[in-house]
Every structure is written in C-alpha cells, then in structure tokens.
Design a protein around this ligand. Structure first.
Ligand SMILES: NC(=O)c1ccc[n+]([C@@H]2O[C@H](COP(=O)([O-])OP(=O)(O)OC[C@H]3O[C@@H](n4cnc5c(N)ncnc54)[C@H](OP(=O)(O)O)[C@@H]3O)[C@@H](O)[C@H]2O)c1
Length: 304
C-alpha cells in the first residue's frame, strides 16, 4: 500500500513544489485554504480524520511579516496553535509531521551563520509566531522534522525575486536594503530536500532509529538584499527577460532608510551542515538556484 502524504499550503511557493517532489513517494493529497482553513481547529481535525495520512507536511503559514504586527492573534493562531494541533493529530495516528520555520526566529546579532544550537530571540511578531509553532510541534509529536529556512523564492508564487523582476522592468532607479544578509533559498530545493528526508524515513529498516528533530535548510553562501537584487537584474537579462535597469541603477541603502513596521534581523544566515551530515544532502550555492528559477520563468513567459 503506498503511504499517504497530506500536504497543507498547496497554493504557496513551497506547497506548489512539494506536490511535484513528493509525488514519487506515495499518494499525495494536497490541500489549500478552501479545503481546510487553519483558523478553525475543527476543520483541521476533520481533514486529518478524513484523510488518515501517514505523513503530514505543513507548508501553510501566515507569511505576511508586516501584517503580522497588527494581526498578532491570527499569526499566532495559524503559525503556532494550528501547527501544534496538526502535530498532535499526527502523533495520535503514529504519523510523522514535517513543519517549516524561519530564519526570523533569530535576532541577527550573531556574527556567523546560526546553528540549531543557537538561542532564538525573534524581533517581530511573525518570528515569535514561528518560534511558538516550532515549540508546539516539538511538544506534541516526537516524530517531527522542523525545518528552518530563509528568503524563499519560486517559479510559482510571490517573493522578493518576483517583485524585483517587476521593478527592474521599470525606468525608475531602485533603493534596496544592503545591511541585512541571508541566503535566498529556492522552494524547489527545499521541496527536493524534504523528499530525500522522507524517502529515508519511508525506507528505514524496522527498529532503526530515525534522526527526527530540528534542522536548518537554507542554500549556501549569502548576500544582502541589494546584492541579490543586482544579481537578479544581471541574470534576468541573460535569461532573456525584459530588463531596463542595470546594477548601477540599484542603490544600496541601510535598513534605517527603508522603515518597516516589523524589525528584521541583520544576519539571517543559517548553517545547514547538520542536515548535510545527517541526511547526506548537498546544499547548493544560492546563485545556482536563482539562475535556474530565472531560466524557468523566462521559459514559461516565452510559451505564454
Ligand atoms: N517566504 C519566505 O521567504 C520564508 C522564509 C522562511 C520560512 N518560510 C516558511 O516556509 C513555509 C512556506 O512558505 P511559502 O513562502 O511557501 O509561503 P506562501 O507562499 O506565503 O504560502 C503560504 C500558504 O499558506 C496558506 N495559508 C495561509 N493562511 C492559511 C489558513 N488560515 N488556512 C489554510 N492555509 C493558509 C496560504 O493560502 P492562500 O494561498 O489561500 O493565501 C498559502 O498558500 C512557511 O512555513 C513559512 O513560514 C518562508
């Protein structure tokens, strides 16, 4: 009997890629907000009761970092309470839960990349809600994989990369923050790495312990948002996409000249070596994934 994998967040960047990457592992049931609104505990219980999954992969989240500052209750409900309920329902069935978290659980004060041993100290509501979600999942189900990632982009969905692709087509010069550093990480890579971890889980010999736990899962290397924007402008042109601006038209500005409601960490770098060692997963440089995504976006626009 193929295993049943329930994916939540079907219509997000990561959910879209998970539908592809998990397909060879079993029977994937991918759900969106219209099937199950995570605001309502009863809808979550009904979904899990109906689908009876062997694995739950939760890629749904309240990801609007600015809006979370005003809508704390909703951010906490979706990112923390609902995540805990999913984990508890999975535990009751003997199912594994995979849950995604964020670099924004850290305050960014560390000089090097953050490891799983570093103490989180979120600066904003979104980060606090994601940290509470980690704790809820860990408390409710020992059979968990909590995967922290950063700066997600994809061929599908909204992201900084998509915003920049629109912006570099316009004639007006841009100002982009240059003092926050992190690793742009492709939704396709996160989904593929998840599939490799789940393949290991599904094929483990009976009685062999599985390395459940918390892992960092972000591309290697790092960039500022400004360096990332310049790279997008250059590579989008190479990929044949419409680009008016050159990197010289993209001005570097410090965060304090670009005020936002939510404070953001200056250092968002995540050290993914534990994941590499434990699961034998190669973590590619962020530039590789961005080049690939831009080629795929150019390809899809040529067909359109
Ligand atoms: N994006 C990033 O840069 C980033 C960085 C680090 C970590 N993460 C984490 O990585 C995971 C995947 O992120 P992503 O970029 O793929 O997110 P995304 O594109 O914003 O997708 C999130 C999905 O969650 C769904 N959702 C939101 N509220 C819901 C609700 N009440 N009920 C049911 N579904 C709901 C959304 O549904 P609708 O389509 O109906 O709105 C959307 O499809 C999340 O856990 C996120 O916190 C993201």
């Amino acid at each position: 009997m193929p295993k049943k994998i329930l994916v939540l967040g079907r219509d997000g960047q990561l959910g879209f890629e998970l539908r592809r990457s998990l397909a060879p592992l079993g029977h994937v049931v991918a759900t969106g907000r219209s099937d199950c609104d995570l605001t309502y505990p009863l809808q979550i219980a009904r979904l899990v009761g109906r689908e009876k999954p062997d694995i739950i992969v939760n890629a749904a989240a309240f990801t609007a970092v600015e809006r979370a500052e005003e809508d704390t209750v909703r951010a906490m409900r979706i990112n923390a309470e609902a995540a805990g309920e999913l984990a508890a329902l999975a535990a009751a069935r003997g199912a594994l839960i995979v849950h995604y978290s964020s670099d924004y659980v850290f305050d960014g004060a560390k000089l090097g990349a953050y490891t799983e041993q570093d103490t989180p100290a979120p600066l904003n509501v979104y980060g606090r809600s994601k940290l509470a979600g980690e704790h809820a999942v860990q408390a409710m189900n020992p059979a968990h994989l909590v995967l922290r990632t950063s700066w997600i982009y994809g061929v599908f969905g909204s992201s900084f990369l998509k915003t920049m692709l629109m912006a570099v087509r316009q004639p007006e010069p841009l100002r982009v923050v240059s003092d926050q550093r992190g690793a742009p990480t492709g939704a396709a890579f996160i989904a593929d790495a998840t599939a490799l971890m789940l393949a290991r889980y599904l094929t483990r010999p009976a009685g062999e312990p599985f390395p459940f736990g918390l892992y960092h899962l972000a591309a290697s290397g790092d960039a500022s948002w400004h360096e990332y924007a310049c790279f997008i402008a250059q590579q989008a042109r190479r990929a044949g996409l419409a680009v008016t601006l050159t990197p010289a038209d993209i001005r570097a500005v410090p965060s304090d000249q670009y005020p936002t409601t939510a404070r953001r960490p200056l250092n968002s770098r995540l050290d993914s070596r534990l994941l590499e060692r434990t699961f034998g997963i190669h973590v590619p440089h962020w530039e590789e994934g961005v080049v690939h995504a831009l080629a795929a976006i150019a390809d899809s626009r040529n067909l359109a």
